[in-house]
Design a protein around this ligand. Structure first.
Ligand SMILES: *Cc1c(COP(=O)(O)O)cnc(C)c1O
Length: 401
């Protein structure tokens, strides 16, 4: 049996603070330094050759590996419980490099209708140009996903909860179906974070993240990462070296710094989100609330079984007065940035009609179950009571007709 490492007994909050920061760093620095060097020099030509061949630890060129970037990758790897991790300059770079590295012409992918917008475009527009077919099963219908996967595929790609209506995909069932079909299961864990959901432990082969959201947590850095089975991560990493979509040391430093508070933030954001979702559910100006923590959510039982300690910091809700009500409500919020991002320490709100799903027609949005008067609300770490008062006053400004 392999030895249990010291880190494997740590809880997520401890790994978030200490994981991947072993050093040693110059001058005994206790914090991971930003190593802004394109290349790493060697006096000994034989040693240089051994490092270049991967026979000896070390760095050659920052497009391939870099000490600051490696510390970020190691922290995330430990949080997700993966064998290996590779980082990228953005979440879309992580997703597209993973798909391009693992697929080949003639392959079939099965995914869900509610994937992140950029990911859907890869499935429907770019992969088909190279003879890679993607079929999208109805999100939140495990039977539909199992049927599509059972017809044979190379890769299954899901995310849960989804954007913007927080649908829940049963990860254990998706993993079982993928395994039976001999397919790789990739899960986008951006919305949940490893603090409350660990797809690899539920049977996924790879987990991907937009680190620009909760991992960084401060809306000031773009990044992406993939973690999981070593053989698959190695394949993706080798493709990234050629594709060139590396994360910079500056970005990795901001991600490391942000991730130290990941557990605190996500737990607080999840607590506030549940309070807010319950309040909105009873509010007369609100027609529907989408949040997996609510008993009324169709995916509540599955979410309870695969998430722990909360249901995440993002919720959405539709207003009774249609888009006119959204026009009045959003600018009346005093504690929310009106913007397209999510997962920050500050609360962020916006209409999917304008942000994530702006390129779809009203009919397409309706087919995905996205009401025109939907508001996505990413809960920050402000006091719950202040957010509740702010929402109540802003809902109070809506005049009907
Ligand atoms: C934002 C996001 C992405 C894309 O990440 P970028 O860092 O913006 O490239 C992918 N998946 C999900 C679920 C996201 O929210």
């Amino acid at each position: 049996m392999s030895g249990v490492t010291k880190d494997s007994v740590w809880g997520a909050g401890t790994i978030a603070v200490r994981g991947g920061e072993a050093g040693p760093w110059p001058g005994g620095a206790t914090q991971v330094p930003i190593v802004n060097s394109v290349a790493f020099g060697y006096d000994d030509v034989d040693r240089w050759h051994e490092v270049a061949l991967g026979m000896r630890a070390g760095h050659i060129y920052s497009l391939n590996t870099n000490p600051t970037v490696a510390a970020f990758e190691e922290k995330l790897r430990r949080l997700e419980g993966g064998e290996a991790a590779a980082s990228f300059g953005s979440g879309m770079a992580a997703i597209s490099n993973t798909l391009w590295a693992l697929l080949k012409p003639g392959d079939r992918v099965v995914s869900i209708t509610d994937s992140y917008g950029g990911t859907s475009r890869l499935f429907l527009e770019f992969l088909p140009k190279y003879g890679i077919r993607a079929d999208l099963a109805a999100t939140g219908d495990p039977g539909a996903l199992e049927k599509a996967v059972g017809q044979g595929c190379r890769l299954v790609y899901v995310e849960t909860p989804t954007n913007p209506t927080l649908k829940v995909v049963d990860l254990r069932r998706a993993a079982r179906a993928a395994r039976a079909a001999g397919a790789i299961l990739v899960v986008d864990n951006t919305f949940a974070t490893p603090i409350i959901q660990q797809p690899l432990a539920l049977g996924a082969d790879l987990v991907v993240h937009s680190a620009s959201k909760f991992l960084g947590g401060h809306a000031d850095v773009l990044g992406g990462v993939v973690a999981g089975r070593r053989d698959l991560v190695d394949t993706v990493f080798k493709y990234r070296e050629i594709n060139g979509a590396a994360l910079s040391a500056d970005a990795a430093y901001l991600l490391i710094r942000g991730m130290k508070t990941l557990a605190l933030r996500v737990r607080q954001q999840s607590r506030s989100a549940l309070v807010i979702a319950r309040l909105l559910e009873r509010h007369p100006a609100v027609s529907r609330v989408f949040y997996p923590g609510l008993m009324s959510h169709p995916g509540h039982d599955v979410a309870t079984a695969q998430m722990r300690g909360g249901f995440g910091g993002v919720l959405s809700f539709s207003l009774k007065g249609g888009f006119d009500a959204v026009r009045q409500f959003l600018p009346a919020l005093q504690l929310a940035h009106l913007a397209a991002n999510l997962g920050s320490v500050e609360t962020v709100a916006g209409p999917p009609r304008t942000t994530s799903h702006v390129e779809l027609s009203a009919e397409d949005r309706e087919a995905l179950g996205i009401p025109e008067a939907l508001v996505r609300y990413s809960v920050g770490i402000e006091e719950t009571a202040d957010l509740v008062s702010d929402l109540q006053q802003a809902l109070g400004t809506i005049t009907s007709g």
